[in-house]
Design a protein around this ligand. Structure first.
Ligand SMILES: NC(=O)c1ccc[n+]([C@@H]2O[C@H](COP(=O)([O-])OP(=O)(O)OC[C@H]3O[C@@H](n4cnc5c(N)ncnc54)[C@H](OP(=O)(O)O)[C@@H]3O)[C@@H](O)[C@H]2O)c1
Length: 303
């Protein structure tokens, strides 16, 4: 295959721009056949002049027929849509019909294959990968741990911090490690991986911008915000019980962050230290990995 044509589906969320920016960046653009195809449900939300037309071509699509039209001539599809979208498998059906080779499901989080009793909570993601494989598409799943920006800024619960009560709650000495990757690095890592011949890309790709202990992350939060937190010990069983209660009550959507915390402390689905594919994603250290310590001062000072 000559340089691949790549499509990114679900542009207007967290991942669309970082991935498109990386695919068209000076680091990676020569590895792809431009323009990147960007597929969105609503192109009125897109600024047409955001990218040169030679770099990015926008397509409006939302069902089998419109997806097939947008994907004809595409080699790799990056699905970065919200989980709600994954209930409908028409994008995957369309990829097959359009002659796509590689389909990457909307994963970008914890390694749910290691999620034990909570694995079935990721059913839509599991189903996407299984369906694409059943249709004979090459599947590449990107696992990235927690989004660094989201965890630090929007959802401090994911770094075990409760800013309202000025507490940090974690089991034992907080030495469990958790993976964080910035959105910028996710885009670069995806572009880096897709720069390899497809037959050299493994099915499971683990990206870890920063893998660090819960305690270290809490301490960084305290140093940067100058807020001193009361460190409270909460057992692994307590974390698991909260997640199990959400499962029993059917409040999993609202309680999803609690499930992620339970996974982080009771399984190694958020700790990728034994399986990162950073070298595959960033051969020759083309780009710098963002770390919690480096990003926290900027992120936490923004209103
Ligand atoms: N690791 C983490 O910390 C973390 C955090 C959040 C999310 N994630 C994962 O990242 C992936 C993307 O999630 P996200 O939060 O970034 O999504 P998002 O921002 O809520 O949505 C992404 C895009 O999906 C498209 N979309 C939304 N609903 C749709 C529907 N019903 N049908 C078709 N398209 C739809 C929209 O694109 P258009 O408007 O352009 O069509 C939307 O902008 C998911 O797999 C999610 O689990 C991981």
């Amino acid at each position: 295959m000559s340089k691949p044509v790549v499509a990114v589906v679900g542009f207007n969320g967290n991942l669309g721009r970082p991935i498109v920016n990386a695919l068209t960046s000076h680091l990676f653009r020569n590895n792809f056949s431009l323009p990147v195809r960007v597929i969105t449900r609503d192109s009125s939300k897109v600024k047409e002049d955001e990218y040169p037309a030679s770099d990015v071509k926008f397509y409006e699509a939302h069902d089998l027929d419109t997806y097939v039209k947008a994907l004809t001539g595409v080699n790799a599809v990056l699905d970065v849509r919200a989980v709600a979208a994954l209930a409908d498998l028409s994008l995957i059906e369309a990829a097959k019909k359009a002659g796509v080779t590689l389909y990457s499901p909307s994963d970008y989080g914890v390694d749910y294959y290691k999620a034990g009793e909570f694995r079935t909570l990721f059913k839509r993601k599991l189903d996407s990968a299984a369906h694409a494989k059943a249709l004979g598409l090459q599947v590449v799943q990107f696992h990235t741990g927690f989004f660094l920006e989201g965890a630090l800024k929007a959802v401090p619960k994911l770094i075990f911090v409760d800013p309202t009560n000025k507490t940090a709650n974690y089991p034992g000495d907080g030495s469990q490690e958790v993976t964080f990757t910035s959105l910028r690095n996710i885009g670069q890592a995806v572009a880096g991986v897709l720069s390899h011949p497809f037959n050299e890309i493994p099915e499971q790709v683990y990206i870890g911008g920063d893998i660090r202990s819960i305690k270290e992350t809490v301490q960084t939060y305290e140093q940067v915000t100058e807020i001193s937190l009361q460190h409270q010990s909460k057992s692994v069983e307590d974390f698991v019980k909260v997640a199990q209660d959400h499962a029993a009550k059917g409040t999993l959507l609202a309680g999803f962050q609690d499930v992620l915390l339970a996974l982080a402390v009771s399984t190694n689905s958020a700790n990728f230290s034994d399986r990162v594919s950073n070298k595959l994603a960033n051969p020759g250290d083309l780009f710098e990995w963002d770390t919690v310590s480096k990003i926290a001062p900027t992120l936490l000072s923004q209103k």
